[in-house]
Structure formats: C-alpha cells, structure tokens
Design a protein. Sequence first.
Length: 349
Amino acid sequence: MNQPSDRHSSWQRRVSLVRRGAIGAGIVVTALLVATSVERPNSAAASAPAPVSPARLAGIAAGPHVVFRHTGVDASYSALSVASLEASTARDRAAAGLSCERVSFSHERGICLQADRGVFTTYKAVVFDRAFNAIRTFALDGSPSRTRISPDGRVGTITVFVGKDLGYTSSTFSTRTLLVDMASGDVLTDLEQFTTWRDGARFIAPDFNFWGVTFARDSNLFYATLRTQTSTYLVRGDLALRTLTVLHENVECPSLSPDNRRIAYKKRVGPQPEAWRLYTLDLASMTERPIAAETRFIDDQAEWLDDAHVLYAVPRQGTATSDAWVAPIDGDGPARVFLAEAESPIVVR
C-alpha cells in the first residue's frame, strides 16, 4: 500500500540532492550569433504552423503514435507533428502549433527545441503538455542538437552546440548538456558538473564534452557520450550521485532499447568527417554488432521502434527534407522509409 509514496519520496530525495549541487537551475543564458544555412528554411522565425483541430490531434495521440518534426518544405515545415504508428497517408498525421528543431515526449510532457534565425539567432526550449500547449519556456545558449525524456517522464535532457563550430563533424565543437525536471521545467544540472570515473580512477580533462543522453526505466540511471581529445566513450550516469562511469569506446549518440539490454549508437568507422555506421552494443557482454540492414553513413541519435527495430533520420541530399527510416537490428530484412518528411521521431505507446 505504501509503495507509490515510497517511490515518490525517493524521487524527491534524488531531486533534492541534485538541486543542492546544481549550478544551472533556472539559468537564462546568452544567445549567440551563428551562420544560417541557405538550405534550411527559417523555422521558428516564421509564423507558427496552423494546428489542426484539437480533436484530430487528440485522436491520433490516443493510440500508439510517433511524435516528430515535419520536414516537408511546405506551410508546416518544422512543425511538431504526430502520426499513428501505422501511418500510410497524410490523413494519419497532424501538425501541432509549435515549430521545433528537435522534439521529445514521454508521458504527460514534451520538449521542443526552437531556433529563431533572425539577424541575431536565438534559441529556446519549450516544455509542452499532452495537448501540445507550451507550459514553460527558457533560453538556450547554443544551437539545438539532441533532446530526450526518461521513460517515466520525470527527467529531460537538452544538448546544444556552443561556440562557432556547430556540428559533430567539427574537430573543435563544444557542447552543453542539461538535465531538466519535467514537472517544474527547471534545469537540474549540467553534465560537466558530474564526476567521471574510468577503470576505477578519476577521469578528468579540460576538453570534456557530453551529448546524446538516453535514460533507463529508472530515470536516475542514464547513458551518454563523452568526448575528450579525439576519442569518444559511452558513459553510464547516476543522477543522484552525480557520477559518470566509462563503459566502452567509440560510441556516439547512444539510445537504450525498451528492454534496457542494448544500446544503439553511431560508431566512427573511417577518417571521413561523417563516417558513422549504426551499431548495437549488448550491455551484459559488451559485444558490438553493426546494423547490417543500414550501410549508409548515419548522423543521428536512433530511436527504438521496439526491441528489434530502430528509427533514424536520413537527409535527402541537397534539400532541407529528411525522412525517418526503420531498420532491423539483426539484419532480418532491408532498411526502409518508415515516415516520409520526418525527423527526430519519438515512439509513444
């Protein structure tokens, strides 16, 4: 009878521990002037996309569905959108009233990362509810990169690029990764405030960068990428203890499977700037395997459709449009387009 309240008390103690150590709570950060891509329409600077009727949005969201960013170059470009998992026509998808660069959703809360590419480009994060209404907005100090929310809906994460080099292909890029309390919308902490361990010893360097957070069922446990010098590592994080432990090398943008057994990720396989292939890592044995169904170079943080398939975005060459593809992790069948004109897909059941 007392289990729900015990879990709530445990969560409150964890949040209290983090809040006492956090330096980033409630921050308002400085906007940066950055270059604007000539191929990418100005999303948030334009008028917000006209949403469809609330009843239609609610109807799609009532069943298993995907939350994603619409990439068709039309009146709904960049719109936060939803589609049924079996979407086959335009009638099975609908745009909400927010424009986003990246999106995530879990339970009753979502995150939409926005860019307003005016003369001075500014960025912000919007926390929204199940009806796709904004309930909290705060400024970001860099270009949106990744966002995820824990399966229990309690903690979200936001990664932005800061500085002049905005992309993982650059050798000198810098990132900032925040953890957010989804109930209040407050920033809990920055991953650079965590203590990192490798092979039982303290691991520290001035050039640490973190990105690509993915959460376990218990939102206290998460995984992320750490980069220092030219190496990248998979780290396991403990939110309450504010510690990170190095597990494996050459892992970027990890994504934990629903059964919490495997990590899907992009692995560097060559010297080219974008030479990443999709792999999976078995966390029990630390055995890695390529996803044979997808042989192209992929620059994305995958999303699991189920324990046997992953979703990821593939840009159409020379355009601002991407499609969401699906591939089996064990090579049983080819990769295929899962949802056209879509990126940043998040599966909601």
